[in-house]
Write a new protein. Structure first.
Ligand code: PMP
Length: 388
C-alpha cells in the first residue's frame, strides 16, 4: 500500500494523527495560536522535568562532559558518570546492579528477546494482555515464544503456567499506562515462584511515585522480582530507561542485549538529570501523598457524574467515555476550559473503551487542581450531550 493510501484509510476511519507543537512554561503549554493549556496529559508526575535543580545538574554535566557520548557503551562511550549513576540507581532500587538504556521502548523491545535466549530455546514468556506496546514488541517478535494472559487474571496466568513444562518468565507492569490500575505483584510473585518462573516487571509509571520513597512496587517485595525495568522520562523528569537485577544478570545483558550494545551511550545531560533526580526523589513523600489525594478527588468527581474510571488507583485516571467520538468530545470540553488531556482510542485501547486519560502531576498547584475538579464536575454525564 502506498503511504498516501494508508493515510487516506486512517482519514476515513477518523484516526489520522498529526503532531501539535507547544511551548512549555512549567505546567502550562502554549499553542501556536497563543492559547494556553494546563498539562494533565504528560507523565512528568513529580514536575521534575521543569525543576531548576534537575535542569542545573543536566547543564553542569553538559559543560563538564559535552553534548554527546560519541560511541556505544562497549566501544568508548562509557563515561565514569555512567558508572556512577548506574551504581546510584542500583542503590536506590535496592538491587545489586543497574544498566541504562536509551529509552523504555528500546529496553523492553530488546531485553525480552535477550532474556528469552538466556532462559533457553524453548522458553516461553507469559505476558499481561494490557502490557505496553514495547513489551508486546519484545515478546512477540524476534522469534520469541510468548502467550498473553488476561489482564491481571491470576487464574488465567496459572492455567498458562500449568500448560508448559519448559522455562517460563512472567512479564507484567506495576501500573498500567492507559488504566492506572496496578498488578497484584505479591500474588504474581507467589504464583510465579510456585512454578519456578522469574518475574519481569515494568515500573514505568510507578518508579518515583509508588513504593517506599518512590522506589517502585518491586521495593515492597525485596529479592522477589528477578528483573525490573523503568523509564526515566516520566517521574524522573529526564529521558531513558534502566534495567536492574543481580550483578550476573546485568553482566549478561551488557554482553547480549542488542538494545544496549548497538546504540550510542546516553548523553551527559541525561546523566546529570538522573543524578539530580536520584538525590531528590526519596525525599518527595509529601508530593507523592498530594498526588495520591488529588487522584482520589478527581476519581470521585468524575464517578459522581456517572463515569467509569476502571480499576484506577494511581495518578493515571481513565474517564471511560465508550465511543471514540465521546472521548474526543471530552478532550474538547477540557481544552475549552484550559486543560490538555488526551483522548485515547483503539488500537491503543480496546474498541468501546475510548477514554480521556488524565495524568496528574504533583506540580499542579492547589488552585489549578481545584479548577480542574470544577471543570470535571461539570462534564456532561456519559451518554448525554456527547455524540455516541
Ligand atoms: N513501558 C511503559 C509501561 C510505558 O508506558 C512506556 C511509555 N509510555 C514505555 C515502557 C516506553 O518508555 P519510553 O517512553 O522511555 O520509550
Amino acid at each position: 500500500m502506498l503511504a498516501a493510501q494508508a493515510l487516506d484509510a486512517l482519514d476515513m476511519a477518523g484516526r489520522r494523527r498529526t503532531l501539535r507543537a507547544y511551548d512549555r512554561d512549567g505546567i502550562r503549554l502554549r499553542l501556536p495560536d497563543g492559547n494556553v493549556l494546563v498539562d494533565v496529559a504528560s507523565n512528568d508526575y513529580l514536575g521534575l522535568a521543569q525543576d531548576p535543580g534537575i535542569i542545573d545538574r543536566a547543564a553542569e554535566y553538559v559543560a563538564r562532559f559535552g553534548a554527546g557520548s560519541g560511541a556505544s557503551r562497549l566501544i568508548c562511550g562509557t563515561l565514569t558518570a555512567h558508572r556512577e549513576v548506574e551504581e546510584k540507581l542500583a542503590a536506590f532500587l535496592g538491587t545489586e546492579a543497574a544498566l541504562l538504556f536509551g529509552s523504555g521502548f528500546q529496553a523492553n523491545a530488546t531485553l525480552l528477546p535477550a532474556l528469552a535466549e538466556l532462559l533457553g530455546g524453548e522458553a516461553e514468556l507469559l505476558v499481561d494482555r494490557l502490557s505496553h506496546a514495547s513489551i508486546l514488541n519484545g515478546a512477540f517478535s524476534h522469534g520469541v515464544k510468548a502467550k498473553r494472559f488476561r489482564h491481571n487474571d491470576l487464574n488465567h496466568l496459572e492455567d498458562l503456567l500449568k500448560e508448559g513444562s519448559g522455562p517460563r518468565m512472567v512479564v507484567t507492569e506495576s501500573v498500567f499506562s492507559m488504566d492506572g490500575d496496578r498488578a497484584d505483584l505479591a500474588a504474581i510473585a507467589d504464583l510465579a515462584d510456585r512454578y519456578g518462573a522469574p518475574v519481569y516487571l515494568d515500573e514505568a509509571h510507578a518508579i518515583g511515585v509508588l513504593g517506599p520513597e518512590g522506589r517502585g512496587l518491586a521495593a515492597e517485595l525485596p529479592g522477589r522480582i528477578a528483573v525490573t525495568m523503568g523509564t526515566l522520562g516520566k517521574a524522573f523528569g529526564g529521558f531513558g530507561a534502566y534495567v536492574a537485577g543481580s550483578r550476573l544478570l546485568i553482566d549478561y545483558l551488557t554482553n547480549r542485549c542488542a538494545g544496549f550494545l548497538y546504540t550510542t551511550a546516553p548523553p551527559p545531560a541525561v546523566l546529570g538529570a538522573l543524578d539530580a533526580a536520584l538525590d531528590v526523589i526519596p525525599s518527595l513523600d509529601m508530593e507523592r501523598m498530594r498526588l495520591a489525594s488529588m487522584a482520589d478527588a478527581v476519581r470521585m468527581a468524575v464517578q459522581a457524574i456517572g463515569y467509569d474510571t476502571g480499576a484506577s488507583s494511581t495518578q493515571i485516571i481513565p474517564v471511560i467515555a465508550g465511543t471514540e467520538q465521546a472521548a474526543l468530545g471530552l478532550q474538547q470540553i477540557l481544552e475549552m476550559a484550559g486543560f490538555l488531556a488526551v483522548a485515547i482510542r483503539p488500537p491503543t485501547v480496546p474498541a468501546g473503551t475510548s477514554r480521556l486519560r488524565l495524568s496528574l502531576s504533583a506540580a499542579l498547584d492547589d488552585h489549578t487542581a481545584g479548577q480542574l475538579l470544577t471543570v470535571l464536575s461539570c462534564l456532561p454525564p456519559p451518554g448525554l450531550g456527547l455524540p455516541g
